[in-house]
Design a protein around this ligand. Structure first.
Ligand code: ITT
Length: 194
């Protein structure tokens, strides 16, 4: 059974391809004829995941799975949160990271706690399934690593003493917020399709 991954983020897409290896489902990218995704007007990851999954599923009359995710930084009262992709004015990964480091300047290590959160939501013919996952860590003081995407170069995983962008994709995929949500939702995806 094919499920459309309702994302335009290549970094997420690569991680899903890795996560779903050997599974019964075939996750496919959004077909090219869809020119634009709807605006993400939700106040929560779940609301935005719903907007994306429903739109793509209804457009193609197929099951769709959306990922809405982001970084919550305690010292910034949970920012950038649902605005993680649009934090800087350009919205590029590099500018988003630079802006975050600049806003965190002068904040001591013990107060730099943060977490990635991911909400996955599957939609088909009016039915939804949903799962959430989180990864705890800290905002580092400098960039390290070339792997991954988004805020990975400035996100330190204390247990590994590594920034996420320094970890092999297989290792990130064993601990990530996306993996944790994915593990939960795979059990309920069949109920969406049958
Ligand atoms: P889609 O909506 O098309 O899926 P997007 O990048 O706009 O793509 P979101 O609205 O969910 O996705 O924003 C999530 C942002 O949070 C993403 O652009 C990254 O900046 C950040 N993010 C999420 N997961 C991440 C991860 O595993 N590593 C690093 N940054 C991540």
């Amino acid at each position: 059974m094919k499920i459309i991954l309702a994302t335009q983020n290549q970094g997420k897409l690569k991680e899903f391809q890795q996560l779903s290896k050997g599974m019964d489902f075939e996750f496919i990218a959004i077909p090219e004829e869809l020119q634009e995704m709807p605006e993400e007007t939700g106040k929560t990851f779940k609301e935005n995941a719903f907007i994306k999954a429903r739109y793509v599923s209804e457009y193609f009359q197929m099951p769709a799975l959306a990922d809405d995710s982001g970084l919550e930084v305690d010292a910034l009262n949970g920012d950038p949160g649902v605005y993680s992709a649009r934090y800087s004015s350009s919205g590029s990964d590099l500018d988003n990271c630079k802006k975050l480091l600049s806003n965190m300047r002068g904040i001591a290590k013990e107060s730099r706690t943060a977490r990635f959160k991911c909400c996955l939501l599957g939609f088909n013919q009016g039915e939804t399934v949903v799962a959430e996952g989180a990864l705890e860590g800290e905002i580092a003081e400098e960039f390290k690593g070339e792997k991954g995407f988004g805020y990975d170069p400035i996100f330190l995983v204390p247990e590994y003493k590594l920034h996420l962008a320094e970890m092999e994709k297989e290792d990130k995929n064993k601990i990530s917020h996306r993996f944790k949500a994915f593990e939960v939702i795979t059990d309920s995806l069949p109920s969406l399709i049958n």
